[in-house]
Design a protein around this ligand. Sequence first.
Ligand SMILES: NC(=O)C1=CN([C@@H]2O[C@H](COP(=O)(O)OP(=O)(O)OC[C@H]3O[C@@H](n4cnc5c(N)ncnc54)[C@H](OP(=O)(O)O)[C@@H]3O)[C@@H](O)[C@H]2O)C=CC1
Ligand SMILES: O=C(O)CCCC(=O)O
Length: 485
Amino acid sequence: MSMLSDQELLKSNAYINGEFVSAENGTTFEVKNPSTGEIVANVAKCGAKETRKAIEFAKIAMTSWAKMPSKQRASILMAWHDQIIANKLDLARILSSEQGKPVAEAEGEILYGASYIQWFAEEAKRIYGDIIPQQSDDARLLCIKQPVGVVACITPWNFPNAMLTRKIAPALAAGCTVVCKPANETPLSALALGELATRAGIPPGVINILAGTTAEIGHEMTSNPIVRKLTFTGSTEVGKKLTVDCAQTLKRTSMELGGNAPFIVFESADLDLAVKGLIANKFRNAGQTCVCTNRVIVQSSIVGKFTDKLKVAVAKLKVGDGFESGVDVGPMINQSAVNKVNELVENARQLGAQVITTDSNMDGKGNFMAPKIITGATKDMALFSEEIFGPVAAIFTFDEEREAIELANDSPFGLAAYFYSNDMSQMWRVGEAIEAGMVGINDAALSNEMIPFGGVKESGQGREGSKYGLDDYLEIKHLKMGGLN
Ligand SMILES: NC(=O)C1=CN([C@@H]2O[C@H](COP(=O)(O)OP(=O)(O)OC[C@H]3O[C@@H](n4cnc5c(N)ncnc54)[C@H](OP(=O)(O)O)[C@@H]3O)[C@@H](O)[C@H]2O)C=CC1
Ligand SMILES: O=C(O)CCCC(=O)O
């Protein structure tokens, strides 16, 4: 990658115990640019052996990392944050070249990812215990919080930087050490974070990063008794499997899984605001985000007006290579993602929906897909219940508020939900009635490091970010100090 100002950030070996090492058998796998199909790097293909070693190094590193005063841990985390900010452009270029999203959007992700490190560096100094009112004169009752242990982190390809920092930062702040498996499509952003961790003075073994033979790595992570917690972001199917596997050694788990976000537009809504919110939310990362709108649910009385405004806005989106200026929508991650979205669109068309493809000569070229609006969508279509994960906005209609809530909640998922209304009592009623971990009211950009990110139902459990985010990485221990008389 010639466009990097610091070539040392492009790492292709695994980051284990502070060093970049090849796989024990020397094998590699290709990481390709989804826009061009070009090979960006050949990355060390690790398996069970390398994972076991990394876990053992993480265990050794934890003895001193957990004991380090929290203020010192915080300042090391801040040094890592500062390294990331100083190298944000190179990190964005690496991210865009392996994931495809426009470079400006990738830079946004780097800043977003770094914000979790800053937040948890601050929170590291606020891990308080408790003193419980005593029950007798001769004893005092206390609670202290301790790191849960070595943490395994498995992350997806859609946010190769931020999904990892959102896990590593709270783990390290709590005093845990980590072994991370980024998606094989996008390991380079993760490995660059390893290089910057070394530069920031994060001790060897505290962060380990490897990719390769997924099933072997996953099996070692879920079965090795040293690992005390697994945190995962990805599909519900894999999340369920990992949860079952972790049950054998009763590891704690945090699961950030698939969504099926409803976006309800009530007749009282500011339609321009709703369209603006939908465009930013639905087409972010080419629709490949678990909090992207999946079902646009619009009150019948305004559906025509809303759809007209949406068509105008969608037509302005430019599809293309993330390195071209002015591009809003990059490629899909790979051909199978394109095929999956096309199948959902075709299913809707066959069941009577109209498909409006905006005028883009990029549609169907390689991994590119032009944004689409589907009108006349109904519950029997697969895209009502399946995560679209692509740039397709499907519009369903309703007549009454009760119907909108029923449609929104008619899903096993419950991650994000959005609605637009200018009726204050409706805002409270609907906000409380929707089954989701996060609800945006007249706002569809929920994510930031200060809010608890996570879902209910089959969208997972646990919360990332916010003042609650450390809890997933801490154990509460009771100490009774007796014999005081
Ligand atoms: N909630 C979310 O943010 C995401 C949801 N999804 C949804 O999931 C669908 C499929 O996407 P996909 O990338 O396949 O998601 P996956 O859940 O398969 O992948 C997420 C991560 O889990 C890893 N993984 C997969 N199987 C195992 C296993 N048995 N043991 C350990 N790790 C494993 C993957 O490795 P690798 O891929 O490298 O082999 C990757 O690092 C998408 O279309 C979308 O609907 C996808 C990504 C993110
Ligand atoms: O899991 C995902 O799809 C990424 C969530 C992106 C965000 O934090 O908004």
